[in-house]
Design a protein around this ligand. Structure first.
Ligand SMILES: Nc1ncnc2c1ncn2[C@@H]1O[C@H](COP(=O)(O)OP(=O)(O)OP(=O)(O)O)[C@@H](O)[C@H]1O
Ligand SMILES: Cc1ncsc1CCO
Ligand SMILES: [Mg+2]
Length: 266
């Protein structure tokens, strides 16, 4: 398969577009990464709000710019709140992102993710095993092959995107972002991004921010992925240990600009 590459110029234009509006992102995320996710959005220049009560989520999802849903520490009450938020987002035309943390081996969250796929997320952002698990659900036995390769992950992402009408980002050493037809590859980042909790989860919230007002959702999602990956690479240059890296990542998310993206992406 031929992958398209995201130009630094395009990603930089998207970055400027998002920063200029400081979009409000409603996050229903897991308890491990809630604080880090809020800090990632704030550092970049978006506005987070972790409104979680079932009594409030529907009202808030209708006025937020975007909604980010993450099942990492899913509980039955949170699932109920997510249902209400997603229904309200869909009714209001608010874009929403699904982060299917650990979908596959655990029945409760996997069944819930299946239900959420039927509610048609605007975008899905997960790692390879999560995307392959969801694609297995979505294809209902259509047989996404089981090799552990990035090609299999891209096949799974495309199958999932076709089935749901979502843009799917499958992240790892290289991020692949697809709408089922086009596939953009982003080769950036640093392995330290995997040594701190919540980089993927907070990227999903950043994806939500980039979807607000986007004219091309594939480009918007890919640009969010590029922003996190390039900021991660710059942070690793400054702080090559996990603790300092986590802090440096926030710093680089605040410093990153279109010139940095143009310099880092071919
Ligand atoms: N081996 C790697 N080298 C460089 N960058 C990586 C590598 N693995 C992941 N990344 C980057 O790390 C970020 C998070 O992606 P990852 O696939 O690890 O998410 P995740 O598994 O959902 O994370 P979490 O659930 O811990 O939040 C992305 O920006 C991705 O590009
Ligand atoms: C460590 C962990 N456990 C549940 S969610 C989470 C954060 C990474 O997704
Ligand atoms: Mg994750």
């Amino acid at each position: 398969m031929t992958y398209l590459s995201l130009s630094g110029h395009t990603a930089g234009r998207e970055l400027n577009r998002v920063r200029a509006t400081a979009p409000l992102v409603h996050c229903l995320t897991n308890s491990v990464v809630t604080n880090f996710t809020a800090n990632v959005l704030l550092a970049f220049g978006a506005a987070p709000a972790m409104v979680v009560a079932r009594e409030e989520v529907a009202d808030f999802a209708a006025i937020a710019g975007a909604l980010s849903v993450n099942v990492g520490t899913l509980t039955a009450p949170q699932a109920e709140a997510i249902r209400l938020a997603v229904a309200s987002a869909n009714q209001a035309g608010t874009p929403w992102v699904l982060d299917p943390v650990a979908a596959g081996p655990l029945a409760f969250r996997t069944d819930f993710c299946r239900e959420l796929l039927d509610a048609r997320p605007t975008a899905i952002r997960g790692n390879a095993s999560e995307v392959r698990a969801l694609a297995g659900l979505a294809s209902a036995g259509r047989g996404v092959d089981s090799q552990d390769s990035s090609e299999a992950a891209v096949d799974a992402a495309r199958a999932l995107a076709e089935r749901c009408g979502a843009v799917v980002a499958v992240t790892g050493a290289v991020d692949y972002v697809t709408d089922g037809e086009r596939v953009l590859a982003i080769a950036a980042g640093d392995p330290l991004l995997t040594r701190v909790t919540g980089t993927g989860c907070s990227l999903s919230a950043l994806v939500a921010a980039f979807l607000v007002g986007a004219s091309d959702r594939l480009i918007a999602v890919a640009s969010a992925c590029a922003t996190m990956a390039v900021a991660g690479g710059l942070a690793a240059d400054h702080a090559p240990m996990p603790g300092r890296f986590a802090v440096a990542l926030l710093d680089q998310l605040s410093l990153i600009d279109s010139a940095a993206l143009e310099g880092a992406l071919s």
